[in-house]
Design a protein around this ligand. Structure first.
Ligand SMILES: Nc1ncnc2c1ncn2[C@@H]1O[C@H](COP(=O)(O)OP(=O)(O)OP(=O)(O)O)[C@@H](O)[C@H]1O
Ligand code: SF4
Ligand SMILES: [Mg+2]
Length: 313
């Protein structure tokens, strides 16, 4: 039995007053263990929703179908009690927004070690020492002081790093990190990415890294998944995907980076309430053919990469 996470035909929608939001559409993915897998895509492409779905952390107005298999169990079917044994200890989710994740009335340290004390049944002293060590790992110069601080006493970047410390406190097998380097300056970003590489190497953690930072994804990821309108458009080894992107959307994302052509992608993502027929990217694609507007292409393997585009069918 492997430690991969298998998403099979995962579809997620949200019921809203304006209509049904089709946030994730028939996603099939094997997320390999022992790797850092990057998930990239524009705002609203479904990265966070997909990441949260693994531990069933979605909002109450969500509807999910398909399966998410980990070690022969479907995480979408597990009883809440069984899932609680997995949350944080086996698979942890580091959310995108530290302000919403921390209880403002509780000191940072107490929140960081809560899961550690619950799962590992260690003494409080051992928990405190472990928590302070965690803060040190995430480049806090005064870890003891931070441990005893309230969230509002830290800067946004510090809260972001404290959140990473909380999410990795139990050295979980899987870490799903949603924008863990957002708002951090270059030096701290480098240090946090180093921690992820260390976790992969020393704790044998597998990481799903959701990010807008394509340079970071290129640097530390083994595999990259490209999401658009809740659909996987491309997936492949990071080196290949960034050097020889196949999908016009991936090319657009790469060209839009400041250190590349700084050429913004034209147009806007489609409405998730009224998804377009055919290829979901066709309204913005300069390579569009007639069939693109009518029929959605399948995800096909092309030279070790997976791509959903009629150009390669
Ligand atoms: N509870 C909800 N109710 C209605 N729509 C929702 C809900 N949660 C998410 N969505 C919608 O699902 C879509 C995907 O959202 P998601 O947060 O996954 O995007 P994202 O790729 O993470 O974007 P970003 O890069 O900005 O974080 C968006 O259109 C979002 O508005
Ligand atoms: S399927 Fe057609 S519209 Fe979609 S990305 Fe490929 S060429 Fe462009
Ligand atoms: Mg997000």
């Amino acid at each position: 039995m492997d430690n991969n996470i298998y998403l099979q035909d995962v579809t997620i929608s949200f019921t809203t007053k304006a209509g049904t939001v089709h946030a994730v559409n028939h996603v099939d993915l094997n997320v390999n263990s022992g790797e850092i897998t990057g998930m990239i895509g524009e705002t609203g492409s479904g990265k966070s929703v997909l990441g949260m779905s693994v531990l069933r952390l979605l909002a109450a107005n969500s509807l999910i179908s398909g399966s998410i298999i980990y070690k022969n169990s479907d995480l979408l079917q597990l009883a809440e009690k069984e899932l609680n044994q997995i949350r944080g200890k086996v698979i942890s989710f580091i959310p995108q927004n530290p302000d919403a994740a921390f209880d403002p009335t509780m000191k940072i340290g107490k929140q960081i070690i809560e899961g550690f004390l619950y799962h590992d049944k260690k003494s409080k002293a051992a928990g405190i020492s472990h928590g302070i060590g965690q803060l040190q790992n995430y480049s806090f110069h005064e870890p003891q002081k931070t441990f005893n601080s309230y969230p509002f006493q830290l800067s946004g970047g510090m809260r972001q790093r404290a959140l990473c410390a909380m999410g990795t406190v139990l050295s979980p097998k899987w870490i799903i990190a949603d924008e863990p380097t957002k708002g951090l300056d270059a030096i701290i970003r480098q240090q946090v990415s180093q921690v992820f590489l260390e976790l992969k190497k020393t704790a044998n953690s597998s990481i799903l890294l959701i990010t807008h930072d394509l340079r970071l994804a290129q640097k530390i990821c083994d595999t990259v998944i490209v999401l658009y309108a809740g659909t996987v458009l491309e997936q492949g080894p990071a080196g290949k995907l960034f050097d020889e992107p196949l999908h016009p959307y991936t090319c657009g994302l790469i060209d839009a980076q400041p250190h590349r052509k700084l050429l913004p992608l034209s147009g806007m993502p489609p409405s998730l309430i009224n998804l377009p027929a055919g290829c979901k990217f066709h309204l913005r694609c300069s390579c569009r053919k007639d069939i693109c507007c009518l029929k959605e292409p399948a995800l096909l393997e092309v030279n070790g990469q997976w791509v959903r585009c009629w150009k390669y069918a």
